[in-house]
Design a protein. Sequence first.
Length: 321
Amino acid sequence: MIDDPTPIVSLERCEEYSRARVRAAIRSLLTPLGGMKAFVRPGARVLLKPNLIVPRPVAAAVTTHPEIVRAVALEVREAGGKPSVGDSPAFGSALGVARKCGIAAVASELEMPLVDLGKRPCPRHVGDDSPFPWLSFGAAALEADVIINLPKIKTHGQMGMSLGIKNMFGCVAGKRKALLHFRNGEDHVRFGRMLVAIARHFKPALTIADGIVALERDGPTQGDPRKLGLLAASADAVALDRVVIELLGVDPAMVPYMEAARQMEFGCQDLRRIRIVGQPLDSMRGGVYVRIAELTPIRFSFPRVIRSVFKQMVLLVKMRR
């Protein structure tokens, strides 16, 4: 549970995305947490929420790797759950992005529904402590019995890092995300409070972070792939993010949503209280770090919004060819 006084973060090494290695690593990663059966009951509708931000090849390391999705979906089925996979990308459609990065092929092979969280927007109250108390989310996210959060470990120009908390922003329906940027102003922590409110609203049962190959420098859509050989999992997305930030040698002050989580008393960031299992933190540190750029403004200027709309149109034309 997110309010567990002693949250557990499981760490596991995995050096490559081969199907067998990833499946074994995911199972090993989840064992100290009680396995997938600790999170999924038989018959539960389980939404796998990867990062599907833009239609780029999997080698670009900007989206969650399809073998992570495959391995988690198989674990869900073994626990008796009914998995689906979906997101609401910043650019393009969920289907278009999933095709480009290989997740659509996995969904087809497993006969697993692929859903677009940009469809059927439904307004929900996320709390008066959020700068935007009401937000619209894709119905498929709201209808799931269980959400398993599958972020890609990568840098983010406006939030420092994109990890468990940031990945839940994809539940906001359609292109409303750009409008939220436009309305936010220049306060990074204020925007972070909205991200925390979204994660708090959905309460993902489990977060599994894909850092076998991460993205550094100019994320979340550009940047350089960097091999870390890391998988991390926890029922507390904040605790997971804090441990990963520590492991990567990133100053928490460079990740504004962590300060927002502290202000909102959501999740655990005290490393003395977090129980790390699987691989010891110290044994995972060697050579594992990422370079992040300075934070850029949150607000999208009007010309930037126009450019974004034009880029959307170009992507849609390309994907329909």
